[in-house]
Ligand binder design. Sequence first.
Ligand code: SAH
Length: 187
Amino acid sequence: MLLRPLEMAQEMVRGAVESGETVVDATLGNGNDALFLAKLVGEQGKVLGFDVQQEAVDASCSKLAEAGFSGDAFQFNCVGHELLGEFTEGPLAAVMFNLGYLPRADKAVITTAETTLPALEQALSLLRVKGVLTVMCYPGHEGGGAEAEAVLQWASHLARDEARVMRYGMLNAPNCPPFLVAVEKVK
Ligand code: SAH
C-alpha cells in the first residue's frame, strides 16, 4: 500500500524516535503531528510546539490534554518557529514542519521562506545524529510555490556526508500536489 506524503513523514519519524526524547512540531496547526509525536516520546519525553496563531496553540493544547498528556509532556508556544533555537539546546530526535495555511482558518496566515529557511537551519543543527526532519510542502496555493522551491533548494544543497535528503510525493495528480522533503542527520 502506498502511503500519502503525510503518512510517510510519520513513518520516517516513528523509525527515528525513542520514548523519552525531545521532539518538535514546528507548525502546530490543528495539533495532529503534535499528538502523534507525544505518543512516540511519552510522558518521559517532551514535545515542543510552535505556531503564530493562538487558536492553533490552544487547539493543540486541548488535543493533548484530552488524550491524557500532562503539561510536563509538552510545551506549545505562540511564537514563530524561526525562534526555535531560543527554546531548546537539543538534541532533538525529530522536527516536523507542515507548511502552508491552517485549513478552515485565516488563509492569509501562511508560512514563508523568509522564516521557514532559518527555522530549518536551526532544526537541522539541533537534531541528533540519525534524527529526522520532515517538511510537508504545499506548492498549490499562492506563495506556496516559491516556498516549496526554496525548501527544495535548501535541502538539495545540504552536504551529502552530513545529511541524507529524500523527496516523496504523488506524480500523477493535478494542481501542484503536496510533497514531503525528509532529512536524516548523518553526523
Ligand atoms: N497545509 C497543512 C496545514 C499547515 S498548518 C494542511 O493542509 O494540512 C501551518 C501552520 O503554520 C498554521 O497554523 C500557521 O499559523 C503556522 N505558521 C505560519 N507561520 C509560522 C511560523 N513562522 N512559525 C510557526 N508556525 C507558523
